[in-house]
Design a protein around this ligand. Structure first.
Ligand code: SAH
Length: 249
């Protein structure tokens, strides 16, 4: 059984938490709690704000249009998961929604849309990405919202990658190998966080591949003998990283 067995709905609440503090809910949150879940005054909710851990709160003021919560006590202290960032060539519409949610569920702390040569879309709706990440964060039990970067061109992204990070370059052209062993082999050399990179449906172009393989912290990863759809590859790669180096151990 998951250790995050919630006995109450769980919401991100952008407020400071202290015992007895009151916090107003957004219209959407009010609608969800009052009209969908039919919670009344005193109804219990779990809230997190990314700083103060997870708190128990109760509905204090309830009208059809607005509601407020009163914070009671902290239930879980703030904790930080492994420094895993997810860099990806953005996909279209529903598949972008999917990958935003799955990356958060899989523990990515930062989502970076990278515009590569063969990326299908070049503009995306940041509000939609954030909404998907928020929904996933509330559902999966994490205590902070992931950072979401604005789309960045591949060359700039690679040039700005902080030194010391392990770049798990998921390369559809990588020679077959044992990706778990390859990742485990990097534990001894140490690194300041991991960035997983997934390309577009069209894959990486030769110039990009050459630049990636020449970058200092790059580890080219094969995700097996089959060509995975980019959204499948993202989940597979994050599962691999979490199980070998992250918080699945
Ligand atoms: N169009 C390309 C495949 C691109 S798949 C082709 O047919 O060759 C989209 C992305 O998913 C790739 O850029 C890579 O990041 C990842 N990916 C898919 N399958 C993979 C595999 N077997 N090994 C490593 N990465 C893979």
């Amino acid at each position: 059984m998951s250790r995050y067995e919630f006995d109450a709905p769980r919401l991100y609440l952008d407020a400071d938490f202290s015992p007895g503090a009151e916090a107003a809910l957004t219209r959407e949150q009010t609608n969800y709690l009052v009209n969908v879940l039919r919670l009344g005054p005193g109804g219990a909710i779990l809230v997190f704000n990314g700083r103060d851990g997870e708190w128990l709160a109760r509905l204090s003021v309830v009208t059809k249009k607005s509601a407020a919560l009163r914070l009671e006590k902290q239930r879980r202290p703030q904790e930080e998961g492994p420094d895993i960032q997810y860099a990806f060539a953005p996909l279209k519409h529903a598949r972008l929604d999917y990958i935003a949610q799955k990356a958060v569920e899989m523990g990515a702390r930062r989502l970076t849309p990278v515009l590569t040569a063969r990326t299908q879309i070049h503009r995306l709706n940041p509000g939609r990405l954030r909404a998907n990440a928020l929904e996933a964060a509330e559902q999966c039990g994490i205590l902070a919202l992931p950072e979401i970067d604005a789309p960045v061109a591949f060359d700039k992204w690679l040039a700005d990658l902080p030194g010391g990070r392990l770049l798990a370059f998921c390369d559809e052209d990588a020679p077959a190998g044992d990706p778990a062993a390859a990742l485990a082999g990097r534990i001894s050399s140490g690194f300041a966080g991991i960035t997983v990179l997934i390309g577009p449906e069209g894959g990486f172009d030769p110039r990009e591949r050459q630049a990636l393989l020449a970058a200092p912290g790059t580890l080219a990863i094969s995700l097996g003998p089959r060509i995975l759809r980019a959204d499948t590859a993202g989940v597979a790669a994050l599962a691999l990283v979490q199980s070998v180096l992250g918080d699945w151990r």
